[in-house]
Design a binder for this molecule. Structure first.
Ligand SMILES: [Mg+2]
Length: 318
């Protein structure tokens, strides 16, 4: 199959799927054109995923298609941006039609679910590598950045944490239990919190998506905002499946494991109070921002060596 046949067959359907996107010229010309509505900022981000580095060899192509766009879209959610369109540069060892069909199916499902139209891309031969750039829009000056947290702000997280981390133990199971299947779904098909990000943008002071684990990612907010935080481990949102599968290890996974793609947001208390109940219901308050640098967990100083050291304190107490 030639490059143009491959693109026409597997990827062009993703370009015409989205109505109402700001994309006015999609694939087929020298460049794509995105028209920004008046008063909007363009928010964009690029990710490269290499087989054997960012995902396992022979990883299921359907999951790879979904996951690669979900992970990229999660950065838009973290900024409170409305998803618009994306580009894909695909490097393939060979044009394996079964693989392409699965990958394009997972990617198309994700593009549809997230409201992202394919704007263009490139295909080349070589070791399996995916590069995705996602574009979103946010009303001018309203993007949620990492540097806006202030002392007294509440720290809140969406959904439940630790599920994707727990899934790693079950990746090779052929007949997983219902609980294992539930956490595997979190790992294979992460759900970027796009609507939540957009809804939170007028109220949140800072935010990040949790890709590397709560302590590590909250640490980026604290560093950028030059503040500290105090967290309560008893407030961590844990799924029933996670608790049944991992018992007392559940809080450890919620604090440290990555790949959940939930949001960690900070809110000035008065803005939290004025936020719609529908928004607050999707979030769990787990702590507060403090003026003094450092991350305290249940009153224990995590110390100068960073979140992992703090976590060791926590683990010894379990
Ligand atoms: Mg991120």
């Amino acid at each position: 199959m030639g490059e143009f046949d491959l693109i026409r067959r597997y990827f062009l359907p993703l370009a015409s799927r989205q109505q109402g996107s700001s994309l006015v010229m999609g694939p087929g010309d020298d460049c794509a054109i995105q028209r920004l509505p008046a008063g909007q900022d363009l928010v964009f981000s690029i990710d490269t995923l290499v087989e054997g580095v960012h995902f396992p060899h022979r990883y299921h192509p359907d999951y790879l298609g979904w996951r690669s766009l979900a992970v990229a879209a999660s950065d838009l959610a973290a900024m409170g941006a409305q998803p618009e369109c994306f580009t894909l540069a695909l490097t393939l060892p060979k044009a394996d039609e079964d693989w392409l069909e699965g990958f394009a199916r997972g990617l198309a499902e994700a593009a549809q679910a997230f409201g992202l139209a394919l704007a263009g891309g490139d295909t080349t031969a070589g070791p399996l590598t995916l590069t995705l750039q996602v574009h979103g829009t946010v009303s001018r000056g309203n993007a949620i950045c990492r540097n806006g947290a202030r002392p007294g702000d509440l720290v809140a997280v969406s959904g439940t944490l630790g599920d994707a981390g727990a899934a790693l133990a079950y990746l090779s199971e052929t007949e997983p239990s219902a609980d294992a299947a539930a956490v595997l779904e979190r790992y294979h098909r992460p759900q970027p919190r796009l609507q939540l990000g957009v809804a939170a943008a007028p109220f949140a002071s800072a935010g990040i998506d949790i890709s590397d684990g709560l302590l590590a990612d909250l640490g980026h907010i604290l560093e950028a905002s030059e503040v500290g935080a105090r967290l309560e481990s008893g407030s961590l949102p844990l799924s029933p499946a996670l608790v049944r599968l991992t018992g007392e290890r559940a809080p450890e996974l919620a604090l440290r494991a990555g790949d959940d793609y939930e949001l960690c947001l900070t809110f000035p208390p008065e803005r939290w109070e004025s936020a719609p109940e529908a928004l607050r219901r999707q979030l769990t308050v787990i702590g507060t921002i403090e003026a003094a640098p450092g991350l305290y967990l249940d009153g224990t100083d995590c110390g100068p060596s960073g979140p992992d050291a703090g976590f060791d304190h926590f683990r010894r107490r379990q």
